[in-house]
Ligand binder design. Sequence first.
Ligand code: SF4
Length: 411
Amino acid sequence: MSFPPPQDSAPLTRREAEGLVAEAVEDGRLERGPATRLGAGLADESIREPVLEGAFESKRRAKGDTVSVSRNVFIPLTNLCRDRCAYCTFAKLPESPEARTYSLDEVAEVVRGGVRMGCIEALFCLGDKPEIAHRSHREWLRRRGFASTAAYLVEGCRVAFEGGLLPHTNAGILSGDEMAALRRWNASMGLMLESTSPRLRGRGMAHFYAPDKDPSLRLRMHEEAGELRIPFTSGILLGIGETAEERVDTLLAIRDLADRYGHIQETIVQPFHPKPGTPMRAYSGLPDPEVAGWVAIARLVLGPEMNVQAPPNLAPEMLELLLRSGLNDWGGVSPITVDFINPEAPWPTFRELRRRTEAAGQRLVERLPVYPEYLLSRPEFFDAKVREVALRFVDASGSVLLRRGATVEAA
Ligand code: SF4
């Protein structure tokens, strides 16, 4: 069925929204015009509901009834950063009592704890090139024989890999050479694209003091990761000053990268929440229903095969709504470490996540930091030894063999 194109300025009716969504589900993808119109209407339940229903149907066709989760430890190798994003509480200045850079012994200790608790993923998430801004950090690295945080990170990943976990690294902007060095120990890597809007780099905007949030740099790193054949996680950050059109632009940019390189293994849809003490403390984030609506738009734009993730600790009241929005992944959840980026937001237990996922008629399954479609079928995306070790964690179908002591119910 096809519908005449409505006037761009006219508000959508529910019937028009249903038609646009039905076409996208049948075609496999939602295009820019309808995505922008539907996105702009998400505050209206009569528009949002058909979007959720269509996204859920799209997810169901390719992903069935499963929703995955990765049991991980979070290792914030350093919370120093050269950027100052206006919403961030993770980054600390060197003189802060909370500033911390992990020693390799401390990395090994966290890894041992993770292995004991049945974790498989070591998530390395850290500030962006702090050595550029902070002389004390440069000295810290130099005393240990490292020229850069990225070089130190390679060693951290080696320690985690040799300790029995599979690293996934998100360290901000990295060069091609740095990613190639990290690839030797990482099962996958990632960088939130966040937004392709250059406006957010303007004075008074979220990324004014964050040179590494320049969209062109972030797009280029995604391309280099594709050239290096690294299974890559991208994502969009919702509610930091961008418009509905810019959200659609960002999703389309991720789709374009996935089409060109085939390396986008998942896309995170993450809501901004204002935090005390930050320049954006008085901003309001998007209402929960609209966050679920944008998860659904992401599913429809990116298509049924994309792995779409929403972090459950950033929306604890609305897991049921998210489960209707077309996501098929909860991301990393840790039984032992907090979310250091959002420490005020505790992880749900695995038991609760399973209970609520099943209550919505879906099945919670564990996954590695890389998805089975890459691990089983695309060996060119891995360092040979990383793939060999990763394959020991799964059966022939890619299902995770739970580590001793770990059950999907155990927190
Ligand atoms: S780049 Fe990341 S760690 Fe650094 S200030 Fe921005 S959000 Fe915080």
